[in-house]
Ligand binder design. Structure first.
Ligand code: ADP
Ligand code: DP6
Length: 357
C-alpha cells in the first residue's frame, strides 16, 4: 500500500560511460542498439537528492528542481516523467506525487544530471509507493526516463544489457563488478564548461543513427569493446582499460562528427586534455590513465590511486592556465540509497501548504 503524506528521500549519483550508448532502436521505450557499461560515481562527489510525498489532495504531480517549480507540460520533461505513470501502474496506485529534487552539480551541462535525477526519483518513488521493485525492474523504469539513467540504478561497474525483446523487458541494468572489486580506480571529472549543450543527447543520437552510414558498424564494435572491457576490469588492468575507453570515446565522437549536419561536443580544452593524457602515458612509458567524454566537452580521466599524483600534476597546469574550471575526483560509487534523516528532506512546509493545503 502506498504511504500517503510522508516524505521519502533518496540520494543517487551520475555515471560515466566506458562503453557508450548512442542510438535507439526504439525511441518510445528507449531501447538501445548496443549494450553499454559505466562506472557509478561516488555520492560524496556528485549527487542528486530527491524527496517524494504522495497525497490524495494533489490533483496532479508537482516537481521542484533546485527549489524551483518545473513545468511538467514542457515536452522534454513530460516525456521523461512518463516514468511516474509507469511507477504508479507497477504499484497499482493512482496517488499523485509532490517531488522536490536537487542536483549538487550543474544540471543539463553534460554531467549526467538526467541519469542521476531519474534514477534517484525512481528509487524514492518506489519507496513511497511501496512498489517493492528490485533494482532490475527499477532500471527498466528509469531507462524510459533517460536511457543512461538505468545504469545509475546500481553501484559499481554496471552493464545495460540491450536486450532483444520488442517490449524492452530484457533491456535492463546489471552490476558487473561491485564498488569494492577494484577500489583503487579513480575518475577525474574535469570541468571545462558548464554551459547547456547545443544538441541534446536525445536529438544527437537520433541524428547519428538516422543519417550516418558509419553507424551501421557501431553496434558490433561496441559489443566487442564491452567484452574486452569486462576482461580488462576483471584483471584490474588499467593499461588495457584506459586504451579501451579512449578508443570507445573517440569512436563515438567520430560518429558524431561524421553525422550530417555534424555534431561536435568537444572543444579546444577537450583536445588539449586528450593530448596531455597521451603525452603523460608516453612519458611514463605505459598507459596509466585514459580519457572518456560523454555528450559534452568535460573530460573524465580514469586512472588508479597509484598514478593519481601524476594525473593531478598534469591537471594542475590546466587549472592554472584557466582552461579547466575545476576537477572533482571520484572513486567507484554505490547505487541509490534512502536518507532517513528528516533534515535531508527537500519538501518544505511552504510546498506542502501551497499544493496540499
Ligand atoms: P545532463 O547532461 O545533465 O544529463 P540533459 O540535457 O541530458 O543534461 O538532461 C537534463 C534534464 O534531465 C533536465 O532538463 C531534466 O529534464 C532532467 N533532470 C535533471 N535533473 C533532474 C532531477 N534531479 N530529477 C529529475 N529529472 C532531472
Ligand atoms: C553520450 O541517456 O542522456 O552520455 O536516453 O535520450 O535520455 P536519452 O539519452 P541519455 O544519453 C547518454 C549518452 C551518453 C553515453 C552514455 O551515457 O552511455
Amino acid at each position: 500500500m502506498p504511504i500517503l503524506d510522508r516524505i521519502f528521500t533518496a540520494q543517487g549519483s551520475p555515471n560515466i560511460a566506458f562503453v557508450k550508448y548512442w542510438g535507439k532502436r526504439d525511441e518510445r521505450l528507449i531501447l538501445p542498439y548496443n549494450s553499454s557499461i559505466s562506472m557509478t560515481l561516488d555520492h560524496a562527489v556528485l549527487r542528486t537528492v530527491t524527496s517524494v510525498m504522495l497525497s490524495e489532495a494533489l490533483d496532479e504531480d508537482v516537481f521542484y528542481l533546485g527549489g524551483k517549480p518545473q513545468d511538467l507540460g514542457d515536452r522534454e520533461l513530460k516525456e521523461r516523467m512518463q516514468i511516474l505513470e509507469i511507477l504508479r501502474k507497477a504499484a497499482g496506485s493512482d496517488a499523485r506525487m509532490l517531488i522536490a529534487s536537487h542536483n549538487h552539480f550543474p544540471t543539463a551541462s553534460g554531467m549526467a544530471s538526467s541519469a542521476s535525477g531519474i534514477a534517484t526519483l525512481v528509487y524514492a518513488a518506489n519507496a513511497a509507493l511501496q512498489a517493492g521493485l528490485n533494482a532490475e525492474s527499477m532500471s527498466i523504469i528509469a531507462r524510459q526516463g533517460s536511457g543512461s539513467a538505468c545504469r545509475s540504478m546500481l553501484g559499481g561497474i554496471v552493464m545495460w544489457r540491450k536486450g532483444t525483446r520488442a517490449d524492452g523487458s530484457d533491456s535492463y541494468a546489471q552490476q558487473l563488478f561491485a564498488e569494492d572489486y577494484w577500489p583503487e580506480v579513480v575518475d577525474n571529472i574535469v570541468v571545462v564548461s558548464q554551459s547547456k549543450k547545443k544538441v541534446s543527447s536525445r536529438a544527437g543520437m537520433k541524428q547519428t543513427a538516422d543519417t550516418n552510414p558509419l553507424f551501421r558498424s557501431r553496434p558490433e564494435s561496441a559489443e566487442a569493446r564491452a567484452r574486452n572491457l569486462i576482461e580488462a576490469y576483471k584483471n584490474r588492468d588499467m593499461g588495457k582499460l584506459a586504451q579501451i575507453i579512449m578508443a570507445e570515446s573517440n569512436e563515438m565522437h567520430a560518429l558524431m562528427l561524421s553525422t550530417v549536419p555534424s555534431i561536435r561536443y568537444l572543444n579546444t580544452a577537450s583536445y588539449a586534455l586528450m593530448d596531455a593524457v597521451e603525452q603523460l602515458n608516453m612519458s611514463v612509458g605505459e598507459t596509466i590513465c585514459g580519457y572518456t567524454f560523454d555528450a559534452g566537452p568535460n573530460a573524465n580521466i580514469i586512472t588508479t590511486q597509484e598514478h593519481q599524483p601524476k594525473v593531478s600534476k598534469m591537471l594542475k597546469e590546466f587549472l592554472e592556465d584557466g582552461s579547466v574550471q575545476y576537477v572533482k575526483t571520484s572513486k567507484v560509487g554505490s547505487g541509490p540509497k534512502m536518507l532517513d534523516d528528516p533534515h535531508a528532506a527537500l519538501i518544505t512546509k511552504d510546498m506542502v501548504k501551497e499544493h496540499i493545503g
